[in-house]
Ligand binder design. Structure first.
Ligand SMILES: *[C@@H]1O[C@H](CO)[C@@H](O)[C@H](O)[C@H]1NC(C)=O
Ligand SMILES: *[C@@H]1O[C@H](CO)[C@@H](O)[C@H](O)[C@H]1NC(C)=O
Ligand SMILES: *[C@@H]1O[C@H](CO)[C@@H](O)[C@H](O)[C@H]1NC(C)=O
Ligand SMILES: *[C@@H]1O[C@H](CO)[C@@H](O)[C@H](O)[C@H]1NC(C)=O
Ligand SMILES: *[C@@H]1O[C@H](CO)[C@@H](O)[C@H](O)[C@H]1NC(C)=O
Length: 370
């Protein structure tokens, strides 16, 4: 009966491993180009019991400093200032406004240029987050409909260094979330060649595939969405991040645009009144999809995905290409060298996702309950 004893020992070990893994704390660092109403991913992570080690700001729709101030403000209104905010890199690795404009001259205009949209003093005075201009560190107060922050970001730290330190502190446990440009992630990858392998995973919003026909036949707004600014704002960083040896990479691209907002849903959220539901009700609008939120939903609970594909990915770095800065996917046997596979999410359980968001926003955690 020795083999029975062995089997019992084996299963006991298996079970203890499962238990240890199942209650190991999950950590995350959330990178984004934060705005007045983009706090849902933070609340979703907290609601799921994930410890958010830090919120990092990313240059993408606006400059990272303004994004960091938004992060500070939206944390403050919910008594969440115990979560540190860390500044990211101000500029993309290579890309610049003139580089983008030159590319547009031979590839056609981008409807949405993110932070590289021409400087517009009138728009900024009326509450738009800053774009272009001579000072990327300017703060435009009019944009802070959530309130201007009374707290400050970590001093003497930058996002890439912060991410490296935290991942080394909790090896195998830290999820890196990136829903803006990938500059900070790329810098962390290059700063420490073990960073990616020591993280738990990278989950990104962005990386649309097969959308060219939609850009040609859809509205200008649709074309804007599919230009994929999260990758395009810093193509080189996107390539570094998506070819690094994270144990897992999850790409939330096309699927994110299928989860639409509606006035009905915003009204439903507002049935419970708190600073977050109020801001969403007032300012989220129904023009856009729950892009960043969908990516966070999949970080929180990968079983939300109802269809995924494993594909090898590359980012087009050919400056002369009309798909410069866009994702290209391959099957394994056809992939060129030095690429890796990722989980590309095709569909999610929308109903379950909406109720996750609803709970996180209506009953937000705060520094007293964490
Ligand atoms: C996980 O939880 C169980 C039951 O509460 C406990 O006995 C065990 O020590 C915990 N393991 C870890 C790694 O925290
Ligand atoms: C910061 O404090 C001022 C004055 O009390 C307040 O009006 C503002 O709303 C606060 N900011 C945030 C983000 O809560
Ligand atoms: C600048 O912003 C204002 C206000 O949003 C807008 O009316 C105007 O058309 C913009 N100017 C340019 C050149 O885009
Ligand atoms: C993805 O790549 C990893 C590492 O090379 C490999 O272990 C894994 O089997 C691949 N996954 C799929 C589904 O092909
Ligand atoms: C805010 O968080 C602090 C802990 O940082 C806690 O002591 C306090 O009770 C919380 N306040 C509210 C209104 O929840």
């Amino acid at each position: 009966m020795w083999y029975l004893k062995l089997m019992i020992i084996y299963f006991a070990i298996l079970q203890s491993r499962t238990v240890a893994e199942s209650n190991a704390t999950r950590y995350a660092i959330l990178n984004n180009d934060w705005g007045s109403t983009s706090f849902i991913p933070i609340l979703m992570g907290l609601d799921a019991g994930i410890e958010i080690l830090g919120v990092a700001s990313s240059t993408c729709d606006t400059w990272q400093k303004q994004a960091a101030y938004h992060a500070l403000a939206v944390l403050e209104i919910g008594n969440l200032s115990c979560i540190p905010v860390v500044y990211g890199a101000t500029y993309p690795l290579v890309n610049t406004i003139s580089r983008l404009q030159t590319w547009e001259a031979f590839s056609g205009p981008l409807v949405f240029q993110g932070v590289f949209a021409p400087y517009n003093a009138t728009a900024e005075a009326l509450g738009a987050d800053p774009t272009s201009g001579s000072d990327p560190n300017r703060i435009e107060k009019a944009a802070f409909v959530e309130g201007f922050p009374n707290t400050t970001a970590l001093q003497g730290q930058v996002a890439a260094q912060f991410m490296v330190e935290q991942v080394r502190k909790y090896p195998g446990q830290v999820s890196i979330y990136a829903a803006g440009g990938l500059t900070n992630v790329a810098l962390a990858v290059r700063l420490d060649d073990e960073f990616a392998s020591l993280a738990k995973e990278l989950v990104i919003m962005g990386g649309y595939v097969d959308v060219n026909i939609l850009q040609a036949t859809g509205s200008l707004a649709q074309s804007a969405i599919y230009s994929d600014i999260n990758l395009k704002v810093d193509p080189e960083a996107a390539k570094i991040a998506l070819t690094a040896d994270f144990p897992e990479i999850v790409v939330v691209g096309n699927v994110a645009s299928t989860v639409l907002t509606s006035q009905e849903f915003l009204d439903e959220l507002y049935e419970v009144k708190n600073p977050y539901t109020e801001l969403l009700h007032e300012y989220f609008g129904t023009t856009y999809a729950f892009w960043d939120e969908t990516a966070m939903g999949l970080l929180v609970d990968p079983t939300l995905a109802t269809s995924t594909s494993t594909v090898y990915v590359d980012v087009d770095l050919s400056y002369s290409s009309p798909t410069w800065g866009n994702l290209h996917v391959y099957q394994q046997v056809l992939a060129p060298p030095n690429l890796r596979n990722v989980t590309y999410v095709n569909a999610i359980d929308v109903e379950r996702f909406m109720s996750m968001m609803k709970h996180a926003v209506q009953y937000p955690q705060n520094c007293g309950t964490l």
